[in-house]
Design a protein around this ligand. Sequence first.
Ligand SMILES: NC(=O)c1ccc[n+]([C@@H]2O[C@H](COP(=O)([O-])OP(=O)(O)OC[C@H]3O[C@@H](n4cnc5c(N)ncnc54)[C@H](OP(=O)(O)O)[C@@H]3O)[C@@H](O)[C@H]2O)c1
Length: 284
Amino acid sequence: MILDETYTLANGVTIPKLGLGTWFIRNAAAPDAVRAAIEIGYRNIDTAQAYRNERGVGEGVRSSGVAREELFISTKLAAEIKNYDDAAAAIDGSLQALGLDYVDLMLIHSPQPWHDFRGGDYAAGNREAWRALADAYQAGKLRAIGVSNFEQKDLENLCSLGAIAPQVNQLLVHAGNTPSELIAYCQSKEILVQAYSPIAHGAILDNPEIAALADKYRVTVPQLCIRYTLQLGTQPLPKSANPEHMRSNAQLDFAITDPDMATLQNLDDRDYGDHAAIPVFAGK
Ligand SMILES: NC(=O)c1ccc[n+]([C@@H]2O[C@H](COP(=O)([O-])OP(=O)(O)OC[C@H]3O[C@@H](n4cnc5c(N)ncnc54)[C@H](OP(=O)(O)O)[C@@H]3O)[C@@H](O)[C@H]2O)c1
C-alpha cells in the first residue's frame, strides 16, 4: 500500500511516498480536508505560507487523532523573502500559524519572487534565506530543509556555501512536463524531487493520449499520472479536497511498463488553459 511506503532523505529522515497538496484549499475548508486525508491514511501534507491556509492545515493535523510524530508536515517560505531576518521571523510565523512545535520539511518556495519568476539575480538573497532555514534546522524547528522551483544553477549557489545542502527540490513534474535532466541532477546529489501538480493542476484530465493509456491499465488518469511520478523516483503531491479523489489517488497497485514510461516521459503537454497565467505554469 503506497500510503505506508517511504523515501529516506539525505539526512536519514523518512518521508511518505504519497503526499497531499493543499494549494487552493481555503483556510476554512482545510481542517476537514486534512482530517479526511489523514483518516484515509495520508501521512504527508504539503502547505505553504503563500496558500494562506497554514492555520487550517495545522488545525486539521492537531485534531486528526493521529500522533504528531506519525505525520510529515511541510510548508514553504514565501518566495518574496530574501533576507535572513525576515526569513527567520517567517519560519517562526509558520510554526505559530500551524500550531506546531516543529515542521518536518520547510522549503524556499521559489528562487525568485513570483512577480519576477525566472527573472533577476537573487543568489545572495537565497543564500540569506537558506542560512535562516539552516539555523532553524539546527535549532530543531525543522526536521529537513529544501527548496522548490530551483534550477541547477540555483542549487549550486546554495551548495557553494559548504554548509548543509538541500534535501528536497519540489518541482513541476507531470506526464507532459518531465524535467528529466534536472531530476537526474537532483538524484545524483541525493536531493529528493517532490512532484508538484502531478495531474497538471487538472489540465491533463482532458488529454486523449493519457486517457487511452489509463484505459489500457484500467486505472483513472490521475492514478496513471501519480504512478508515473512515483516510477520516476519522485514524491508526488496530488491535491484534492474531495475524499473520494483522495482515496482513489492512493490506489496505485499497478506498474507502468518501461516503454509506456518512455512514452509518458517524452510527452509534451503544457497547456494549462485558464491557469496559464500563474507563474509556474507560464512556461518560463
Ligand atoms: N512549489 C510550488 O511552487 C507548487 C506549485 C504548484 C503546486 N504545488 C503543490 O502541489 C500540489 C498539487 O498541485 P496542484 O494543486 O497544482 O494540482 P494537481 O494535484 O496536479 O491537480 C489538482 C486538481 O486535480 C483534481 N483532482 C485530484 N484528484 C482527482 C481525481 N481523482 N479525479 C478528478 N480530479 C482530481 C483536483 O480537484 P478536487 O480537489 O476536486 O479533487 C484539482 O482540481 C499543490 O496543492 C501544492 O501543494 C507546489
